[in-house]
Each structure stands twice: as structure tokens, then as C-alpha cells.
Design a binder for this molecule. Structure first.
Ligand SMILES: CC(C)C[C@H](N)C(=O)O
Length: 515
């Protein structure tokens, strides 16, 4: 497992970076209409507002300030995890990600705790949304909206709606699924299945899309599949990290305070309210049942267990491995998640069909669907090359992202240094995939039960399967001894493990279709 960047912790003073940007094209009229932007309202804090500002500032040739680091505890966490020397790396990633109005979006900001990951994530996301690919740009953003809506992720829906319009998307489509072309609508079935019960996807779903009038090319299908799984899993991250309940953008001024730089003049700040995401109280009404009935296993105990597990040399039969997997799988099905899914907000309901189609425990799947054995169809041996062949080099990008996530470590845990966290991280990853019926034959699922306690299991299961039920408070309630950046780290693992699980089912269906 690789180790993070070491070296002495050194605080770099964040600097103003000037980015040379070509003036963007004039804002489309629909965008002005949709955002309700009225000339004279000071600095609207939406992506659309940012765009309008960018347009204004670029045409006035004003430089854009392009750095931001924020989030309480950032410095403490980064220092502890010995990352401050990579502050320059974060800074340059933020420069790339920065909206021209001095803001970075909350996802980028949160992922900034883990710059290595952020880099890989951004490369992939840029490529699938804006790079070479068979699907038109407006389709890509609309597919992202459809995917995010399966989990009622207002944060992602809003961002993608704005990007959709910026790409010249038809405003009518934003009225809902009844207003989109049949071709796009045809994708909805796959969207639904992949989001909640990916094991049900088979070659007939691909066949349906690729046959008949106005059908999809195989390359288009693959592009769409990648977008769908990316945004389903991103919704898990957004809810798991509490982003859906937070502000959408971070301004450099806020970041400035975190870095203890000179405060901005008061008057400027007063004119620049950061738009908070509206919380209409849906979440607050719903009782949260993640609180553990038993006390959390502390970090010291966890470390002891990790040590014992890495040292043991027990001979376990293949049959016993299988039984242990099934045990964890059926235990997962018994986990009481407590909360209800929140009522669907009226402003997103038109992007959702069949809302009752949700996750069912793989152990209770009814029809006999066999467990997905990674050895029979693995990402490394099968998925990666199939994907690469059908959609440019996206397999390489995803592979890099999976590997970066799986190997991400600072050898720390809840304030302790020099800890080998390999077994813990693997347990999280495999537990996520276990809920989708994916079994790694050479893994002892007994380790999951030793290392992932009940409350964390409930959190992971909710984040994977019902992310819309999570609130920021849920994230605060579990992993209490972990640093904030470590909780984000866990959420990154959930994102990637879930995405890989969905992708494996999608690729298996494609493989059956093409052979
Ligand atoms: C999720 C965390 C406990 C990971 C840990 N901080 C590490 O460096 O590996």
C-alpha cells in the first residue's frame, strides 16, 4: 500500500493566482430566465450566477482569484496527516476547479482533503462530462440529472441543471421526463435498475436500447452507463459527507479566514452572501436511527483488532469463506435503518418515475440471482478492457481512480500515527460491495464483522443504498474518534466501491450482449 507524501509540515501562504481565461460566450436567454437573474442583484451565488459574473469579469478583463481551502479543521487535519507540503497541489487543483467568481463547489472543496484523489476524480469527471465522447453535451448533463434524481440529490441536480443550460440544453427538458426525447427517456429503465438493484440488469436491457428507430449506438450506451454510475455514487458521497445540507459554494473569503489570512473588508463580505441550500425541514422531521445501541468500538480497540488480523495465518476453506460472506450479507439485511425516505420535493419530482423502486437487500432478492463472484468477472481482467475498447480511454481513468482510492492512506487513524489501516479500508470496500451481492472469493468476510461495527455498517448501508435518508448529523454521529478528513476518506471509499459495483453489473450485461 502506498504511503502519502511525507516531509516536514510547512504552511504555504495561499497566493492569488491569476488565470487567463477566454471570455465565455454571452449567457443564454433561458439561463437568465431560469435563474431569475436581474441585472443589479449583487453577485448571485449559483453556478449560473457565477457564470454571469465570469462573463462580466472576463469581458472586463478582470483576473479571477483562484484558490480556496476551507472547512473547519482543514489545517489541523491536513497537518496531522502530514499533507501540508501538498498544499500547493490542492491549490492548483482548486485553481482548475474554481468557478470564475472565486468559488469552488462544495464537492471539490470537501474532496480537497484528499488531493491525490481529487485530481483523479476531476480528470475523470471532466472527461465524461466535457471530453471527447459519443454523447452530446446536453445529453450528458441531463443523464446526470436523471441519475442524481434517483436519490433526490438536489445539490447535484441543481448543479447539473445549470451546466445543462450553459451547454445550450433545451429549457423545456427541465420541466421533466415527459418533455425529453424518447431516446433519452428510454434510458430511464437502466437508470432505475442500476441505481437500486444493479444485479437485475441483463443484455435484454442493452438490446432494447440499441434496436429500433432512433436507437442508441453501443458507444453511446457505454458513455451513458458511465455517467449514470458516476452520479449515483456521487450522490452517496454528497449525502454521506453532509454536503446536501450545506452551502453549495465556498468563497475564497471564507477560505481566507480558515487560513488566518487578512480578513476581507467588511463591506465586501456583506455584499457577498453565500447562498445556503434551502433546507425546508424535510430531514429534521424524520427520526434518525443510526445511533448505535451498543457503544462504538474505540480506535485503540480497532487498532488492536487490525494488528491481530494482519498477523494471523489461519487456514480457511473455500466453503468457510463462502459461508462467512453469506453470514455478513444476511446480517446486513437485518440492519434496522430506521428512517423513512424523505418525501420527494416538488421541484425534483418531475425527474423521477417509479419512486417506489428502491434497493432491496440482496439476501432477500427473491428470484434466484447468483452472487457476483469477482473472480468470474473482475474489473481488472474483464471490465477495464471492455470499457476502454468501447469508450475511448475511460477505462484507464476509472482504473486510476479506483486504484488511487483503494491505496489512499496516510498511515494514521483518529490521531494515531504509523498505523497500517489496510485491513480496515479493505473491510469498508468489500462491505459496500457485499450489499450488491458482490463477493471477492479470496476475502475473509469475517474481518468485516471484526472491524466494522454495527453503527458504521448502518451508515455505510444507508450511504450506499438510501443516501437520501442521511443528514449531516448522521455523519457526525458515527466514527466519532476519526478526524473529519478520515470521515471524508470513508465516504470516498463508499463512493468508489459502490460505483465499481454498479459498473461491474453494467459491464457484465454489455459483455453478454456483445458475445
Ligand atoms: C479512513 C481512515 C481511518 C484512513 C486512515 N486515516 C489512513 O490513513 O489510512
Amino acid at each position: 500500500m502506498s504511503v502519502s507524501v511525507g516531509g516536514p509540515a510547512r504552511v504555504r501562504r495561499a497566493t492569488r493566482c491569476v488565470t487567463a481565461q477566454p471570455p465565455p460566450r454571452a449567457p443564454p436567454a433561458e439561463l437568465l430566465a431560469v435563474t431569475g437573474y436581474i441585472r443589479g442583484i449583487p453577485r448571485p451565488r449559483t453556478a449560473a450566477g457565477c457564470f454571469l459574473e465570469a462573463w462580466g469579469s472576463a469581458t472586463r478583463r478582470q483576473p479571477a482569484v483562484a484558490w480556496s481551502l476551507s472547512g473547519p479543521g482543514y489545517r489541523r487535519d491536513a497537518m496531522f496527516q502530514q499533507q501540508l507540503p501538498v498544499e500547493a497541489q490542492i491549490e492548483s487543483l482548486f485553481i482548475d476547479s474554481c468557478l470564475p467568481s472565486n468559488c469552488v463547489d462544495a464537492v471539490t472543496n470537501t474532496m480537497g482533503y484528499h488531493p491525490k484523489y481529487l485530481e483523479s476524480y476531476r480528470t475523470t469527471q471532466n472527461f465524461i462530462l466535457r471530453g471527447d465522447g459519443p454523447l452530446p453535451l446536453d445529453y450528458r448533463h441531463y443523464i446526470a440529472i436523471m441519475a442524481a434524481a434517483r436519490h433526490q440529490c438536489s445539490y447535484l441536480i441543481d448543479m447539473q441543471k445549470q451546466e445543462f443550460l450553459l451547454q445550450g440544453g433545451n429549457q423545456m427538458w427541465l420541466r421533466g421526463l415527459n418533455h425529453i426525447p424518447q431516446k433519452l427517456h428510454d434510458l430511464y429503465e437502466i437508470n432505475k435498475i442500476l441505481a437500486h438493484r444493479p444485479w437485475l440488469l441483463n443484455k435484454s436491457h442493452i438490446e432494447k436500447l440499441t434496436k429500433g428507430q432512433d436507437s442508441w449506438s453501443l458507444a453511446e450506451v457505454v458513455h451513458a452507463l458511465v455517467l449514470l454510475v458516476h452520479f449515483h455514487a456521487l450522490a452517496s458521497f454528497v449525502f454521506g459527507s453532509g454536503i446536501n445540507d450545506e452551502q453549495k459554494y465556498y468563497e475564497c473569503d471564507d477560505a481566507r479566514e480558515v487560513l488566518h489570512l487578512a480578513p476581507p473588508p467588511r463591506s465586501t463580505k456583506a455584499q457577498q452572501p453565500v447562498q445556503k441550500l434551502e433546507n425546508k425541514g424535510y430531514k429534521e422531521e424524520i427520526p434518525i436511527a443510526l445511533s448505535p445501541t451498543e457503544p462504538e468500538v474505540g480506535v485503540d480497540m480497532l487498532m488492536e483488532r487490525m494488528k491481530t488480523l494482519s498477523e494471523r495465518s489461519e487456514e480457511v476453506s473455500a466453503e468457510e469463506y463462502r459461508k462467512r460472506f453469506e453470514h455478513v450479507e444476511s446480517q446486513s439485511a437485518e440492519l434496522p435503518l430506521g428512517q423513512r425516505t424523505p418525501p420527494i420535493k416538488p421541484d425534483i419530482s418531475h425527474f423521477i418515475e417509479d419512486p417506489k423502486f428502491t434497493y432491496v437487500d440482496f439476501a432477500h432478492r427473491g428470484v434466484q440471482v447468483p452472487t457476483f463472484r469477482v473472480q468470474d468477472c473482475s474489473w481488472e481482467d474483464h471490465g477495464f478492457s471492455l470499457l476502454n475498447g468501447l469508450y475511448n480511454d475511460v477505462g484507464i481513468l476509472l482504473d486510476d481512480k479506483f486504484k488511487t482510492t483503494a491505496s489512499l492512506t496516510y498511515n494514521t487513524m483518529g490521531g494515531r500515527r504509523d498505523v497500517d489501516t489496510t485491513v480496515f479500508r479493505r473491510a469498508i470496500w468489500n462491505y459496500c460491495q457485499c450489499m450488491y451481492g458482490i463477493r471477492h472469493d479470496d476475502y475473509d468476510y469475517g474481518e468485516v464483522n471484526q472491524l466494522v461495527e454495527r453503527s458504521l455498517k448502518a451508515f455505510i448501508k444507508t450511504a450506499c443504498c438510501f443516501p437520501e435518508r442521511l443528514t449531516k448529523r448522521d455523519c457526525d454521529k458515527v466514527m466519532k474518534e476519526f478526524l473529519h478528513s478520515e470521515k471524508i476518506h470513508v465516504n470516498l471509499m463508499i463512493l468508489e466501491a459502490r460505483m465499481q459495483a454498479e459498473l461491474m453489473y453494467a459491464l457484465r450485461a454489455l459483455m453478454h450482449y456483445t458475445t
